[in-house]
Design a protein around this ligand. Structure first.
Ligand code: NAP
Length: 318
């Protein structure tokens, strides 16, 4: 990891899983001269300072961004417009303003009106996460080997994009640049849909009357357990993702429903060949993900029995 100071002063707005991980990654690599932080609650602000991933804590987002060269807004997507309006008058000319939100078109819609001339707004999304949230959830290695997607709008200063890319690289990420609309479509299938399906299947299981809830918990097989991990993700974050990536999610859900109907029919008609062909194709996708270094080939997703019980080390690209 390059021990190079990329920015004299960085402001983190939102100090949960992603904000704290970014703070730790900056400390690990010595990437920032000073990290200023702000979160909504006093408790989070106090905890962030105790954990040491920020150098100073502030009473408002506006105070935190004063004189910052890089501002990373790490709040839920639904709060980004409001945060941008609060910090607008306090942004330094030449500063880079970015975010980590899981959707991009809505973020551009909500933040762009508040970007002053001379400030480089470059939306971003690290495809890395876990089902945990809050300042204690973060760790420096979260972004290692994971992709970070930047979605600059046309006309963005190329030097600023390169500066932000270099910063994310030294946080451990691999960086890609993408059209925001394409980002939202890709993420709808690789992240948003799996979470929605997980929320739905766990909801269905908890509503069943013929199987008691204690049986669901007692006999939970690995398939169900893995869904519960996704379904334990932060409700605020996922509410905001669903509300702000509506069209791509609905499009993918429609495709999913059609394919599920075909699968249902294959099961009803006893079409073993169709089932076998699908299950073989999907197995190959899993192998390609492992080959691309995006997951471990170890059985049970690399969980040791201790970790399996806690379900804490399964990484989850969001
Ligand atoms: P998190 O752990 O719940 O943290 C959210 C932080 O934002 C908290 O510090 C919270 O403060 C603060 N906050 C909420 N509303 C605020 C407001 N109006 N003004 C100022 N601060 C506010 O969430 P996270 O997982 O880090 O997610 C943050 C962002 O990263 C989201 O946009 C999400 O889409 C994106 N993302 C998440 C993941 C993931 O796996 N979780 C992965 C990639 C990207 P309090 O603690 O005081 O409430």
């Amino acid at each position: 990891m390059g021990a190079e100071t990329h920015f004299d002063r960085v402001a983190l707005i939102g100090l949960g899983l992603i904000g704290s991980s970014l703070g730790h990654a900056m400390k690990r690599g010595g990437l920032a001269g000073h990290v200023a932080g702000y979160a909504r609650s006093e408790a989070t602000r106090k905890r962030a300072l105790e954990l040491g991933f920020i150098d100073s804590v502030h009473e408002s987002a506006a105070a935190a961004v004063e004189d910052a060269d890089l501002i990373v807004v790490c709040t839920p997507v639904g709060a980004l417009g409001q945060v941008a309006s609060e910090i607008e008058p306090h942004l330094k000319k030449g500063a880079i303003l970015t975010d980590v939100g899981s959707v991009k078109l809505a973020v551009i819609r909500d933040m762009s009106p508040y970007v002053p001339d001379g400030v480089h707004f470059i939306p971003g999304h690290p495809i890395a996460g876990t089902e945990e949230s809050g300042p204690d959830a973060g760790f420096a290695e979260l972004f290692d080997g994971r992709w970070c997607i930047l979605t600059p709008v046309p006309g963005t200063d190329q030097d600023a994009v390169e500066k932000l890319s270099a910063f994310w690289s030294d946080c451990g990420s691999r960086v890609d640049v993408m059209e925001p609309k394409h980002h939202d479509m890709v993420l709808a299938i690789v992240s948003h849909l799996p979470h929605i399906i997980a929320y739905n299947i766990v909801g269905t299981a908890s509503d069943l009357e013929t199987v008691t809830q204690s049986e669901v918990i007692k006999y939970s097989a690995s398939g169900f357990r893995d869904f519960t991990r996704l379904a334990a993700s932060d409700p605020t974050m996922w509410r905001d993702v669903c509300l702000n990536n509506k069209e791509p999610i609905l499009e993918m859900l429609a495709r999913f429903s059609e394919d599920l109907t075909a699968l249902q029919r294959a099961i009803r008609w006893g079409d073993g060949d169709q089932l076998f062909e699908l299950f073989t194709r999907t197995r190959a996708i899993r192998r390609s993900i492992v080959d691309a270094g995006q997951d471990t080939p170890a059985p049970n997703f690399g969980r040791t029995p201790k970790h399996a019980a806690k379900d804490a080390d399964g990484e989850d690209d969001q």
